[in-house]
Design a protein around this ligand. Structure first.
Ligand SMILES: NC(=O)c1ccc[n+]([C@@H]2O[C@H](COP(=O)([O-])OP(=O)(O)OC[C@H]3O[C@@H](n4cnc5c(N)ncnc54)[C@H](OP(=O)(O)O)[C@@H]3O)[C@@H](O)[C@H]2O)c1
Length: 350
């Protein structure tokens, strides 16, 4: 089997850390370069003791330079903030390096939507059309042909997977969707800022970002694409004092109030039957973040409230694995011609 040489920019962040962990167990994608400005010069095994004696430990962290990546890598993972990846990507693509971008820079189809929600200009808008949106269960063919994949946001991954079967099968009305989502603290990244300090987060529960969380246009864009028409929805986010995990409670209204829970379950199970990373739980069982921790699983529960005709969908993922690094690796597998699950067969860290 061929070996792909991978570079990882943003190695010191939470998403980069998770990808380094996953790459250490991948049989065919080898980490040959890891970039950070703050930690350049350190051996990876020294910076991340959990990597010692594993593949990648001897890589020396360097400062990103596109010409170095082009010389040493076939593929680059950009686990850097929005606004950064758009400058890094064009020279890499021009040099023939495939790119999986973790940031929002290539997720939105329209530059003006990006500029409106991210408050800075988009200077690589010519790549927006070609970038594949990286949810492998839905867009595998386009991802496999792509040289640039926009890895989805963590909240959007849980929302889109949660709603996909209901929209595909026309089960719910689309003008009354509310996504009430909660995330662990690694979702905010590793930079040191006061609101994320231990004493600010622990023993506390708070909402944030209402009503303009940056993932809103991404969710609306993808939900509209699945529904086949423009959808506006409510998306509200909360910070939970735990390290990782996302639980989205999605409130929808059934189109036909006589649809039974059994029928809804049948439709969800048949939609996802060929995609074992999506687990539709048995009736009466509700998903928990610990059951998907460190894995590619999305656990889903369906609740029907006959008093309000609401179908409530609960969708749970691990933000760092399914919502970032694991999904990026799944996309890289497809882009490189490997089986989707290569290196990703692990059970959750329950
Ligand atoms: N955390 C999550 O759950 C999650 C989920 C899905 C997607 N994402 C996305 O993944 C990306 C990384 O997220 P994260 O949570 O890992 O962030 P993070 O913990 O804040 O790490 C950011 C990384 O990017 C590097 N970086 C920052 N500014 C840079 C610049 N101007 N040039 C080059 N490198 C720079 C940092 O290293 P140096 O400062 O040392 O260079 C660091 O390694 C973001 O776009 C985020 O939105 C994160």
């Amino acid at each position: 089997m061929k070996t792909i040489r991978a570079g990882l920019v943003g190695i010191t962040g939470y998403a980069g850390m998770e990808l380094a962990r996953l790459l250490a167990g991948h049989p065919s994608i080898r980490l040959v370069m890891a970039c950070s400005r703050a930690e350049a010069g350190k051996r990876l095994g020294e910076y991340y003791p959990f990597l010692e004696n594993l593949p990648g430990a001897d890589v020396v962290i360097s400062v990103f330079a596109p010409e170095d990546v082009a010389k040493q890598c076939d593929l680059a993972f950009l686990a850097v903030p929005a606004g950064t990846a758009m400058d890094m990507t064009p020279p890499l693509l021009a040099a023939g390096v495939k790119v999986v971008d973790f940031s929002a820079d290539f997720r939105l189809r329209k530059a003006e939507t990006y500029e409106n929600w991210y408050s800075h200009a988009h200077n690589a808008a010519e790549f927006l059309d070609e970038a594949a949106y990286g949810i492998p269960e839905i867009y595998a063919e386009k991802i496999a042909r792509a040289r640039l994949v926009a890895n989805p946001g963590c909240y959007p991954t849980s929302a889109i997977l949660g709603l996909y079967a209901a929209l595909q099968n026309d089960l719910v009305v689309t003008d009354d969707i509310v996504i009430d989502a909660k995330s662990g603290v690694t979702g905010a990244g590793r930079k040191a800022v006061v609101p994320m300090l231990y004493c600010e987060v622990s023993d506390n529960f708070r909402a944030y970002g209402l009503p303009r969380h940056r993932h809103t246009p991404e969710i609306e864009q993808e939900i509209s694409r699945i529904a086949g028409h423009d959808v506006r929805l409510s998306f509200n986010t909360h910070l939970v004092p735990m390290n990782r995990g996302i639980l989205s409670t999605i409130y929808t209204k059934l189109k036909n109030p006589h649809t039974s829970l059994e029928r809804v379950r049948e439709i969800f199970c048949s939609t996802w039957k060929d995609h074992p990373w999506v687990r539709v739980l048995p009736s009466g069982v509700l998903p928990e973040t610990r059951h998907v921790r460190g894995s590619m699983f999305c656990d889903m529960a369906l609740v029907l409230d006959p008093r309000t005709d609401r179908l409530i969908i609960l969708s749970v993922i691990d933000n760092l694995c399914r919502g970032a690094a694991g999904q990026a690796l799944a996309n890289a597998n497809l882009m490189c011609g490997f089986a989707l699950k290569t290196g990703l067969g692990m059970a959750p860290l329950a």
